[in-house]
Design a protein around this ligand. Structure first.
Ligand code: GLA
Length: 401
């Protein structure tokens, strides 16, 4: 079930419309591929130093309808932006244009880097993943695009390859220094399960969430963008700290290998900012592992407490929260049915993720919306979610959720 405080979405209906629009515009029956958005339950800013994350897919999607062309052009039409972009293969070498089409074009570029051959195509894209909300609208576009192009090329790739290809599109073409989490879960998630991913080995566990709780996403409506500013500067601070640890201590390749004692011993050798960012990541990796144990033991309260601690760490050590988000977390934790609440995604705005007793989820949404409006004057959007299928599962089910 997925409900939205302001509108009810039916993707199946939207997909039929999209197929019809594609037919109308390109005179061909296309094939449709869908990739969801995601929410991260715990494990923030740990992915790009080989750590642990625990995201799940959510019931918002990007759909890509594709049909072949007789030449080598790649034509992308965005139903959301009502705009068409037509590219020659050589255009991909010119790099990004700071435009929505960078995401699908980046995927085509990344496939080329892998020497995967494909012919020209027309692609119609449409999605309802909220933009700039930290719910992986970008990864959703990338994964839907790669699924469509691979199908056209008659090729199948394993999950790790799909995620790595899409991440390279984002890092190497779009210019966002993101990790592997979003692309991996958007491609590989399974309904009714959270995914705990080891971002170094890419091994993962699919974990059940207790049936008596729901995941409630609250959008602060404060926009963030991974491609710009703060995300990149945090990552630079983390990498500078990681470099010191690598140099000073034996056996440390990635921050994931370091303990708090290692970090403490190197405190004077790094900037205070690097020290705090690394401390967040080291403690967060341990929280994700404990969160896995809590889920396996059916300990929802323990899981919620770890989320609350994760929020404090992202706010205080990683300095990636903002006043609106902090206010949403405080409001949420005042509700008796809320077990845990924290910021989710890249930070600096976007959404909170909350674990709430199912019987009180609607009441929770009403209370949070009301108190947030009083505190900030902003109308928050709330989504009551359960873990959804990723793109690979959706494809095996013929595109139907
Ligand atoms: C963004 C990035 C991810 C990850 C998160 C923070 O969503 O795309 O790779 O780093 O931020 O956990």
């Amino acid at each position: 079930m997925q409900s939205r405080s302001t509108a009810v979405w039916s993707m199946d209906g939207m997909d039929d419309v999209l197929l019809a629009k594609h037919q109308e515009r390109y005179g061909a029956t296309g094939k449709l591929f869908r990739a969801p958005g995601r929410v991260n339950l715990i494990g923030e800013h740990t992915d790009y130093t080989g750590g642990f994350v625990m995201p799940m897919a959510i019931g918002f999607h990007t759909s890509a309808v594709v049909s072949p062309r007789h030449d080598h052009r790649m034509v992308f039409y965005s139903q959301n932006y009502r705009e068409e972009v037509s590219l020659e293969p050589n255009d991909l070498m010119k790099g990004r244009r700071d435009h929505w089409s960078d995401y699908p074009a980046g995927v085509a570029w990344s496939l080329g880097q892998e020497e995967i051959e494909f012919g020209g195509f027309n692609m119609t894209l449409s999605g309802n993943v909220p933009l700039g909300a930290g719910l992986s609208s970008s990864a959703s576009v990338e994964v839907a695009t790669v699924m469509a192009i691979l199908n056209l090329a008659g090729k199948g790739l394993p999950l790790e390859k799909i995620a790595t290809l899409c991440r390279r599109a984002e890092n190497g073409y779009v210019g966002a220094k993101s990790g592997i989490m979003d692309q991996f879960v958007v491609a590989g998630a399974v309904a009714h399960r959270a995914m705990m991913l080891d971002c170094r080995s890419l091994e993962f566990d699919l974990l059940p969430l207790p049936e008596n709780v729901r995941v409630v996403i609250v959008n602060s409506m404060v926009k963030h963008a991974v491609a710009t500013g703060e995300y990149g500067s945090r990552r630079d601070e983390v990498e500078a700290g990681q470099e010191v640890l690598r140099h000073e201590r034996t056996g440390i390749d990635l921050l994931r290998d370091a303990t708090l004692a290692d970090l403490e011993s190197c405190r004077e050798k790094m900037s205070p900012a690097s020290f705090h960012r690394c401390r967040h990541i080291i403690t967060e990796n341990s929280r994700v592992q404990k969160a896995r144990e809590a889920l396996l033991a059916g300990d929802v309260k323990g899981f919620g407490d770890l989320m609350v601690a994760a929020h404090a760490s992202l706010r205080d050590d990683f300095a990636a929260s903002c006043s609106e988000i902090d206010s949403l977390v405080e409001i949420a934790l005042r509700h008796p049915a809320c077990v845990g609440a924290r910021i989710t995604g890249g930070g600096f705005g976007g959404c909170t993720v909350n674990i709430v007793q199912v019987s009180a989820a609607d009441n929770f949404v009403a209370m949070v919306r009301n108190e947030y409006r009083q505190a900030t004057g902003i109308d928050a959007e709330c989504f009551i979610c359960e873990p959804a299928d990723g793109a690979l599962e959706l494809a095996t089910k013929g595109g139907k959720a």
